[in-house]
Design a protein around this ligand. Structure first.
Ligand SMILES: [Zn+2]
Length: 441
């Protein structure tokens, strides 16, 4: 493959001479893309992150056979992708366009600053047991399908497209499989901004695959897989939504206990609707229902009243293209008066005992939102965990049981059934969306 390498050297030399400072232009793609074929990509912001960079001399783990380095292949694919996206009329935002070392924090800051529609991070894989001929492709998403459904949708498109290029098994896995407790920093820190994935296209540690990676035509094919996946995903649109309270807000709190509350959904694409039966909405983790009000607008059935305390709606749904919104979250405070805390605990327990579990839970959770560390705290969380168990939500019940174990270590120590849980349970609430007050959508 000597002529190819020579081609590559001349190519890179030309780019370096043309642009100075190692900044490279978009790779001149041999594939021409007609923007009229992708009208929905126009002005869409796609953050393209070429993984690593500038560390090949020291980072031997990311160097493969045939002189291949992961960072250079990542950059090559990313530059081809940039060219394709620009041809299609999209706005490609690059984390790097040269062989430079940019910290993960800096990359995350760039995402935060530019607020893209989606993020794709281009990587390639390596393994210490390369001798076994390990080669497959995987797409990493943050968390689980329940916490990051929109990223998962994008990941499925990318997995299928990459599989065609690499001709090897392809799968979607959580970034917790790489870093168990935290997941990957790029997906973790950009999760509140937009759906994001890390593509791991093939193993640079595999001699056969590494040889392919030295070929710009092959890099271009891989970029095309990213382009096709991005185009197919964004064609379906990314739905989003906002909560409306018909009552006004007063010094940061609402005083009306029974306002009309709506979910106004934006399907994210023209001529699409929200699938009503896909709407998942909870108030402080207690599942709620909605009633259709107008097209893509739903009234939220929150129960009898909005109890005093701090609350959180958490919601997500799919549009008729079957694309999911991100998990969204809206918080508000309902006015608290003297005696509310004790009343909520007393009446909440009464409701639970009467079998009115959902209403009882809402009351106890409201009390818990006011004060989590007080003398009532331990018993309160225990009752909440039991309540969720009665509702059949064993995962949520388990969360509160684990929280209890961590919140009250002193009590736990002398407790009868000491648990041996050395990890802290973390809840992901979703992307924060401010509530609109005083308006009916
Ligand atoms: Zn990597």
């Amino acid at each position: 493959m000597a002529p190819l390498r020579l081609y590559k050297i001349i190519f890179i030399l030309m780019l370096t001479l043309c642009c100075g400072k190692n900044e490279q232009p978009s790779a001149p793609s041999t594939i021409s893309i007609n923007p009229n074929d992708y009208p929905w990509l126009k002005a869409k912001k796609i953050f393209v992150d070429a993984g690593h960079g500038g560390t090949a001399a020291t980072d031997k783990f990311r160097n493969g056979p045939h002189g291949v380095t992961e960072e250079s292949v990542n950059l090559q694919v990313a530059l081809f992708l940039e060219g394709m996206l620009k041809q299609a009329g999209a706005d490609a935002i690059m984390s790097r366009r040269a062989d430079v070392d940019i910290s993960l924090d800096e990359r995350c800051r760039m995402v935060e600053e530019t607020q893209p529609d989606i993020l794709v991070s281009v990587h390639h894989n390596g393994t210490i047991h390369a001798a076994d001929g390990v080669n497959y492709t995987c797409v990493l998403v943050r968390g689980s399908l329940e916490t990051f459904p929109a990223s998962y949708d994008l990941a499925v498109y990318l997995k299928d497209e990459l599989a065609k290029v690499i001709e090897a098994p392809a799968l979607v896995v959580s970034d917790h499989s790489v870093f168990q407790e935290t997941g990957t920093r790029i997906l973790r820190n950009t999760a509140p901004v937009c759906p994001g994935v890390i593509g791991e296209g093939g193993f640079f540690s595999d001699p056969e695959q590494a040889l392919l990676m030295t070929d710009p035509k092959y890099n271009e094919k891989e970029a095309m897989a990213y382009f096709n996946a991005i185009a197919a995903y964004l064609k379906g649109g990314i739905p989003t939504g906002q909560i409306y309270f018909a009552c006004p807000i007063w010094k940061g709190v609402i005083r009306n206990r029974t306002p009309f509350v709506f979910l106004k959904a934006d399907p994210g694409q023209k001529n699409t609707d929200i699938k009503e039966d896909s709407i998942v909405i909870t108030l402080d983790d207690v599942p709620l229902t909605v009633t259709k009000w107008r097209r893509n607008i739903f009234r939220i059935n929150y129960g009898r009243v909005l109890y005093p305390g701090g609350h959180r709606f958490r919601f997500y749904f799919r549009n008729s293209s079957n694309n999911s919104s991100m998990v969204l979250c809206s918080s508000f405070i309902s006015d608290v008066e003297r005696g509310d805390y004790a009343n909520l605990i007393y009446n909440g327990r009464k409701q639970l005992n009467w079998g009115n579990v959902s209403e009882g839970l809402k009351m106890l959770l409201s009390a818990n939102s006011m004060e989590a560390t007080g003398p009532e705290g331990r018993k309160l969380i225990k009752d909440i965990a039991d309540g969720f168990m009665k509702l059949g939500l064993s995962d949520t019940a388990e969360y509160y049981n684990l929280a209890l174990h961590h919140f009250h270590p002193a009590d736990e120590k002398k407790g009868k059934k000491a648990r041996n849980v050395s990890w802290y349970p973390i809840r992901y609430y979703g992307k924060q969306i401010p509530i609109v007050f005083g308006l009916t959508p």
